[in-house]
Design a protein around this ligand. Structure first.
Ligand code: SF4
Ligand code: SF4
Ligand code: SF4
Length: 376
């Protein structure tokens, strides 16, 4: 195995191929404080990409209730069990093992293989209460009172386990945007990628007998548009752009700004060692120990930084820009209470007021001769 630099765990690690970073890297940031699990993103992806035969149980984008739900069943618990208990002290690199370093001889990564039925019940029972609830009784839940929604796509990892495990070399990472794709004509459906991806975002199609995965909506990205799951997000919780490693941050890039400058967006399960390129603003109300195992020891600081955004008009401006355009924002500026986003050429593509104007209407409309009241 080669030694490669993984900035998320702040050390070099083992990987089957030598380090190579694409010209730019596709990335999505999700604000988990805002996701309402409406699943519009899931359906936007499904209707665009996976409405065919053999794709019935395939959700390249899914949203699960943490910690009680998962797709496929218990993927996160089983991956962490496979890796075994590891430690990561705050303000230190991660010295525990990644899935590549914990692999047995003759395998690329420590892994588990979901059964067919594990893919069949996304969201089943996640938000249900337990038992009968009749008049005057309190709802009893099968779980603690905190939870949050976790939307997931393929992370188009810098060190993809799917790519590393493919014996046919059918999986490749595009130089122009870092999107990881499966060459359908080379794939023979051995399923090694399905086994190796710890996030379980490579899926087997029993009809075509080859593996498939999120394609990052590359046709849209090539035209300067964000992916369908991002464009259609009802909660405006997502923004897609290009992330840089910390040693080559681009000034004004909204993605670099939230990840590296404000340090509010974190990769999930960075300890697995793939340098995943989807990032999450952690939910501020959720159990901190749980967040720690999912986002690593920087989570406390990220939550504190997020709470401080109210004192930063530039960051506030960017938060308002998220979800306000379908185009990819390569840079942004906030000036005189107006937040603006720009495309690759530097042309303005969106402009919004940082504070929404508030209009107070008189209870009696003289023009219409009508009294307005609020319907309870
Ligand atoms: S999330 Fe999984 S499928 Fe996607 S690039 Fe990473 S290892 Fe491959
Ligand atoms: S980026 Fe495109 S292909 Fe990937 S999950 Fe989102 S909508 Fe689906
Ligand atoms: S569309 Fe947006 S708000 Fe709705 S579930 Fe998806 S990520 Fe969450």
């Amino acid at each position: 195995m080669a030694k490669v630099k993984n900035w998320q765990i702040q050390r070099d690690m083992e990987y089957p191929y030598t380090e190579h970073r694409p010209k730019r890297q596709w990335s999505i940031i999700f604000d988990l404080n805002k996701c309402i699990a409406c699943q519009t993103c899931t359906i936007a992806c499904k209707t665009t990409w996976t409405s065919g035969k053999g794709q019935e149980y395939m959700f390249w984008n899914n949203v699960e209730t943490k910690p009680y739900g998962s797709y496929p069943l218990a993927w996160d618990v089983r991956v962490l069990e496979t890796l075994g208990q590891q430690a990561w002290k705050a303000k230190e690199p991660y010295y525990g093992k990644t899935i590549f370093e914990a692999a047995n001889e003759n395998e690329v990564a420590a892994h588990f293989n979901p059964k067919d039925e594990d893919w069949m019940y996304p969201n089943n029972g996640e938000d249900d209460c337990l038992g009968n609830v009749s008049h005057g009784e309190h709802i009893t839940l099968p779980h603690d009172k905190w939870f949050y929604y976790l939307p997931r796509t393929c992370a188009h990892c810098t060190y993809p386990a799917c790519l590393a495990a493919c014996p046919r070399k059918a999986i490749y990472k595009r130089e122009e945007d870092g999107i990881v794709l499966i060459d359908q004509s080379r794939c023979k459906g051995y399923g090694e990628c399905v086994r190796a991806c710890p996030y379980k975002k490579s899926m087997y199609n029993p009809h075509t007998r080859v593996s498939e995965k999120c394609v990052g909506c590359y046709p849209a990205v090539e035209k300067g548009y964000q992916p369908m799951c991002v464009q259609n997000c009802i909660g405006k919780i997502r923004v897609m752009g290009f992330v840089n490693p910390p040693w080559s941050i681009r000034e004004g890039n909204p993605i670099d700004y939230l990840i590296h400058k404000k340090e509010i967006a974190l990769p999930y399960y960075p300890q697995l060692g793939l340098e995943p390129n989807i990032y999450y603003i952690p939910p501020i109300h959720a159990n901190r120990d749980y967040l720690l195992q999912m986002f690593g020891p920087k989570v406390d600081q990220a939550v504190a930084n997020y709470k401080n955004l109210k004192n930063d008009p530039v960051a506030q401006g960017l938060m308002v820009l998220i979800g306000s355009t379908d185009r990819i924002m390569h840079s942004f500026k906030v000036k005189n209470g107006i937040a603006s986003g720009y495309d690759e050429k530097g042309d303005e593509i969106v402009s919004v007021p940082v504070t929404e104007p508030l209009f107070e209407r008189a209870p009696f409309d003289k023009d219409l001769k009508a009294v307005r009241n609020n319907t309870p």
